[in-house]
Design a protein around this ligand. Structure first.
Ligand code: SAM
Length: 663
């Protein structure tokens, strides 16, 4: 096993002692128990990060600080008999076992109990008695307990647990009305009948599900309601809340989304980059927002210079100078060169035709990959407006020339030569251009915006490729921050009343703070940044499917294949939607509070990008997320089909490429 003791010690110093945990027993125990042994395989390196981690069955191992805080508050001492309810991975029980005489622990998921028991065996922790069961009833046969810890949030303190405390015994439990927000409560039994209570602050735990907790379907159990009484299952609740979606061509489709029409930005996701229904649904919603609600920006997860060619087409501008690289020739071509995008672009051009040029809706790219096309676009622009500046720009961008074809190798070169290489040159170029706004921009609105965005793209891309080699969250965060800032520049350029629709993958538009990517990897995304910047003025809409076909490659730069999408995983949100039995629907959890609360507990969610590997699907494509916090609404198609790509998959060298957009 990895030796992570250095990280463990640092965690104890900074996250625990640094935040005021003083109990030596607790600090020593947390220095002793290897948290990496309690997380899912593959997550060991994150074991000492300051947050919860997934442990399977849609559950989490608590943040180390919360574990320490609860054990300290419960005053667990040597010689004590302790009970833990909601043992999960077994980590907190293991920590307490290093202090107390005996730890009893209860967990309702048998698979978690089995894994935890293996861990205790491997680590030689022999004083833990872990069982499968409903912990809200406590463990009468082993009571009374000096301390009880409850690691899941209940509506109140279960009576059975209060009564199983010794006089002087302490229980620490998150209590609250549901929805993942509770107060951490400490109750000390002072007499047979009296308890002293103390509020330890706000916390967020998964629900305590059981006879004296929440019912699985979401409601609090009535006092006389037996544990096995009939309640509505989650799929049943989803079916009740589902608003069926009409055909894409039916105006009723777009109308269903009028509830989001007063937002400044409406972000539309997708669960894969190759599913026709997601494109067609987004097109139908976008048409409505443009036609009836004044949206004039369509900003998509495509490279700026490529989308700019389509923008000129839909807004009836002259095409770019011949000789510039044709749009969307790079992998993955099917993402934008497909019949659904083609139909939308055709519609947008026709829609714009009778409209005043300044009022026309534009089609913009937010992404940063096509650095070489952006360099070419900046140079073309300067050649026209300021040939002297073009000479300087050529020299500056020359720094990147050796890597333009394969920019991903730039980072390696920077690492070996050990300095920022082209950073200064491209930043200077971008600043120079921005400084000339008055000089160039006044007369040249759209073209100036295009050139500055390209210069910004080169600066971001230079940094992106430079830091890509360090791995980690930084390059992802840079890319999403660039995409968000581009959106802001667009809104600024189109004026204070302007409104935008964004098309990007669920992983970019679903608030990252409520997914594994944010919680574990510290990654942010456009959805999160939009919420932080626009608050209620942003609507985040996710999309999902159970099965069908998808256009995807097996490897980066590989050929497009039509692949079968596996039926969704039994522990996923997708499976709940499938089990609801409604083939296509809009789910607006904001209108169904009980359901929203029940969906809060993190579950698996599927993410298919341009690569799909069904064989390793669980590892490669599923991640934990809390769907109602990640999105404001969810669009469901039970069975979906692959997009149809346009024209040949690869450009034919030497042929002028005017296809498919007649540019
Ligand atoms: N202390 C755990 C650890 O260190 O891994 C964290 C546990 S997790 C935050 C909460 C656990 O409570 C989940 O595994 C959940 O299945 C469990 N749970 C919820 N209600 C329960 C109940 N009535 N009885 C037993 N376990 C329950």
């Amino acid at each position: 096993m990895l030796d992570l003791s250095r990280f463990r010690n640092r965690m104890v110093e900074t996250q625990l002692a640094g935040r005021g945990i003083r109990d030596r027993n607790v600090l020593d125990a947390m220095r002793e128990v290897p948290r990496e042994a309690f997380v899912e395989p593959g997550f060991e390196e994150f074991a000492y990060e300051d947050g919860p981690l997934p442990i399977g069955a849609g559950q989490t191992i608590s943040q180390p600080y919360i574990v320490a805080l609860m054990i300290e508050a419960a005053e667990v001492k040597p010689g004590n008999r302790v009970l833990e309810v909601g043992a999960g991975s077994g980590y907190a029980a293991a920590v307490m076992s290093r202090i107390a005489k005996t730890v009893y622990a209860i967990e309702r998921h048998p698979s978690l109990v089995e894994s935890a028991q293996h861990r205790f065996g491997r680590l030689g922790y022999g004083n833990i008695d872990l069982r499968v069961g409903d912990g809200t009833r406590g463990l009468p046969e082993a009571a009374p307990f000096d301390a009880i810890l409850v690691a899941a949030g209940g509506p109140d303190v279960p009576r059975a647990l209060r009564e199983q405390l010794t006089i002087g015994g302490r229980i620490v439990i998150p209590v609250g009305p549901g929805g993942g927000h509770q107060r951490l409560l400490k109750a000390t039994r002072t007499t047979e009948t009296d308890y002293e209570e103390e509020d330890l602050g706000a916390v967020s735990f998964v629900p305590l599900i059981g006879e004296q907790g929440w019912a699985e379907g979401g409601r609090r159990r009535a006092a006389n309601q037996p544990a096995n009484s009939r309640y509505q299952s989650l799929p049943e609740m989803i079916a009740d809340a589902a608003e069926p979606l009409p055909e894409f061509s039916d105006p009723g489709f777009g109308e269903l989304f009028d509830r989001f029409a007063d937002r400044r930005v409406v972000l539309l996701g997708e669960a894969s980059h190759g599913t026709s229904e997601f494109y067609r649904a987004r097109a139908a919603i976008t048409r409505r927002l443009i036609e009836k609600h004044g949206f004039t920006i369509v900003a998509v997860e495509a490279d700026w210079p490529d989308a700019a060619a389509l923008d000129r087409y839909v807004r009836h501008h002259q095409p770019f100078r011949p000789g510039l690289e044709a749009p969307f020739r790079r992998f993955p071509t099917w993402m934008w060169r497909n019949t659904d995008v083609d139909a939308f672009i055709g519609w947008l051009r026709a829609h714009n035709d009778p409209i005043e040029p300044e009022q026309r809706t534009g089609f913009y790219g937010l992404d940063i990959y096509n650095m070489s096309a952006s360099i070419a676009a900046v140079l073309t622009y300067l050649d026209r407006v300021d040939p002297e500046a073009a000479v300087i720009a050529r020299e500056r961008y020359g720094c990147l020339t050796p890597w333009q074809k394969e920019p991903s190798t730039y980072g390696r070169a920077v690492l070996t030569s050990g300095y920022g290489k082209c950073e200064q040159a491209v930043l200077q170029q971008c600043q120079d251009l921005l400084r000339k706004q008055l000089e160039y921009g006044e007369a040249d609105g759209d073209n100036f915006l295009d050139a500055t965005q390209n210069a910004r793209l080169v600066a971001s891309a230079e940094r992106y490729y430079r830091i890509m080699y360090y791995g980690g969250a930084e390059s992802w965060n840079l890319r999403d921050t660039h995409m968000f800032e581009t959106l802001e520049h667009l809104l600024q350029a189109r004026g204070p009343q302007s409104k935008a629709v964004v098309w990007a993958h669920n992983s970019h538009i679903g608030d990252a703070r409520h997914t594994e990517m944010g919680v574990i990897r510290d990654e942010l995304n456009i959805g999160q940044l939009c919420r932080e910047r626009f608050g209620e003025e942003a609507a985040l809409i996710g999309f999902g499917t159970h099965t069908g076909t998808v256009a995807a490659a097996s490897d980066w730069d590989g050929d497009m294949e039509i692949k079968r999408v596996q039926p969704s995983h039994p522990d996923s949100y997708e499976r709940l939607c499938h089990d609801a039995g409604v083939t296509r629907f809009l789910l607006d959890p904001g209108r169904h509070e009980t359901l929203r609360q029940q969906l809060l507990e993190p579950r698996l969610e599927r993410f298919i990008g341009v690569i799909y590997r069904p064989d390793t699907e669980l590892m490669s494509h599923y991640a934990d997320a809390s769907l109602p916090q990640q999105f404001d609404a969810w669009v469901w198609f039970d069975e979906t089909s692959a997009v149809t790509p346009l024209g040949p998959k690869h450009a034919k060298p030497g042929l002028p490429d005017t296809y498919p957009f007649g540019l």
